[in-house]
Design a protein around this ligand. Structure first.
Ligand code: GLC
Length: 443
């Protein structure tokens, strides 16, 4: 298996090493020339405070340029957002100019978007975490400019842990023990709504992220054709199979980000596994948990495990079918610039992709946990999007469906690992063939 993985990794790095970010040129692509009163359309996510932040920043751009922008809200779930984006771009319609895009969509976006390395300078791009730029490069093209990055973190109730003489968990097994102990004791004392551990259990991209994290935390591999060898993945699925009706409710199978946040913010969960944006909201005026929340990097799994978190985040890209590419590029530059990322971090805890902002005193004052984010960013695990290319969304659905079957104990952990290997191998072969063609044509 290692040889196969090494081959795939080699191929991946070979593709990456052919990339040279150019200084802005206009070669072959439309020249950015701005004229007055252009009407653009862009998609924007509607999760948490995102839509409001997007609207405010867009309005400033409208004032500055005299142009107008119609915002099309994306569904809350990344999977549904992908379906909508795919629908819009696949018809090659010029209707939408700018798209908000998840980090896993790069391969799909490639044929539909303007290569932004032609318009953003090396200096501008070097301000971002290299991993966030690298993620958005396919062949020789930068498909999107990073807007914010995400790493899953563990939110916990400091007050409850203190009350029961516990410290923040260092492993998933310890988390389960503490969650059960506090949940049982609180239920016995009449606080029956309290849940031990909440996470994104709906079958969608949010659950796939957890699966990748749990497997990596237990020392397993999401891509490993040899299921018998993948002990970490089996241990991770074993951990999952014990969650429902113990420390997590069966209703968790419908939870996305906002349900996790809602339950925790109401004071009804000991631990919540979610993205950093939740910090600002659980500390918003009137929140019952203000002053009671601790935050940490996700714990490790088992003896040989490691703390790890999946790399998430979103960027902005410009449709190559847009009739107003110059204005669209200008809008993307405006929205992703340092001042805007700083504002989003201060108001709503969106983690900047611009590295310098992790030293900004105003950003840190509002987000003292950004040190944890920085730390988590050093050990992130990637979803297999780069390996699976445009097949990734299909595989992601298979992974999250499989995880629900494990959570519901419909299939035993070892069978889940075997099915995971089999399904991934099928799509990987197809993706690999495609990547080989891409490497040839890039040279
Ligand atoms: C967050 C992440 C994104 C991920 C999604 C899953 O929005 O930024 O990368 O795909 O959650 O729900």
């Amino acid at each position: 298996m290692h040889r196969i993985l090494a081959g795939i990794l080699g191929l991946f790095f070979m593709i990456q090493s052919t990339i040279a970010i150019e200084e802005p040129t206009t070669g072959g692509a439309p020249t950015p020339q701005l004229s007055a009163s252009i009407s653009l359309k862009m998609t924007c996510r509607a999760k948490g405070q995102e839509l409001e932040l997007c609207k405010n920043a867009v309005q400033e751009w409208e004032k500055k340029t005299g142009n107008t922008v119609e915002i099309i809200p994306l569904p809350q779930s990344s999977s549904e957002s992908y379906a909508l984006t795919q629908q819009l771009l696949s018809t090659q319609s010029s209707d939408v100019d700018v798209f908000q895009a998840d980090v896993t969509w790069s391969s799909f976006l490639h044929v539909h978007v303007v290569p932004l390395n032609r318009y953003f300078s090396k200096t501008e791009l070097s301000e971002h975490f290299p991993a966030t730029i690298k993620n958005n490069i396919i062949g020789n093209d930068l498909v999107a400019i990073p807007w914010y990055t995400d790493v899953d973190l563990l939110f916990y109730r400091k007050d409850l842990l203190e009350k029961y003489g516990e410290r923040p968990p260092t492993s998933w097994e310890e988390l389960a023990r503490i969650a059960q102990k506090i949940q049982d004791a609180e239920h016995a004392a009449g606080n029956e709504r309290l849940l031990g551990y909440v996470f994104r259990g709906k079958s969608y991209e949010g659950l796939t992220c957890h699966v990748v994290e749990w497997i990596d935390a237990f020392g397993g591999e999401i891509i490993n054709p040899n299921a018998t060898e993948n002990t970490g993945a089996r241990e991770a699925f074993t951990f999952c199979s014990k969650l429902l009706s113990t420390i997590s409710p069966v209703g968790i199978l419908t939870y996305t980000e906002e349900e996790v946040r809602g339950v925790f913010q109401l004071g009804d969960a000991v631990f919540a596994h979610n993205w950093p944006y939740m910090w600002a909201l659980v500390h918003s005026e009137g929140s019952p948990v203000i002053g009671k929340v601790g935050i940490m990097v996700l714990p490790k799994g088992g003896e040989s495990g490691k703390p790890t978190s999946v790399l998430g985040g979103w960027g902005l890209c410009v449709s190559k079918y847009s009739k107003n590419q110059a204005a669209a590029i200008d809008l993307v530059r405006w929205l992703t610039r340092a001042e805007e990322q700083q504002k989003r971090a201060i108001q709503s805890s969106y983690c900047p992709t611009i590295m310098a902002l992790y030293k900004d005193p105003d950003v840190l004052a509002k987000n003292p946990f950004f040190e944890e984010v920085f730390q988590a960013l050093q050990t992130v695990v990637l979803r297999p999007a780069a390996y699976l290319g445009r097949f990734y969304p299909q595989v992601s659905t298979i992974i999250s469906n499989l995880a629900q079957d494990v959570l519901l104990k419909k299939i035993p952990p070892q069978e889940a690992v075997e099915r995971l290997s089999k399904e991934i191998a099928i799509f990987q072969k197809r993706a690999l063939k495609k990547e080989e063609i891409k490497v040839e044509s890039a040279e």
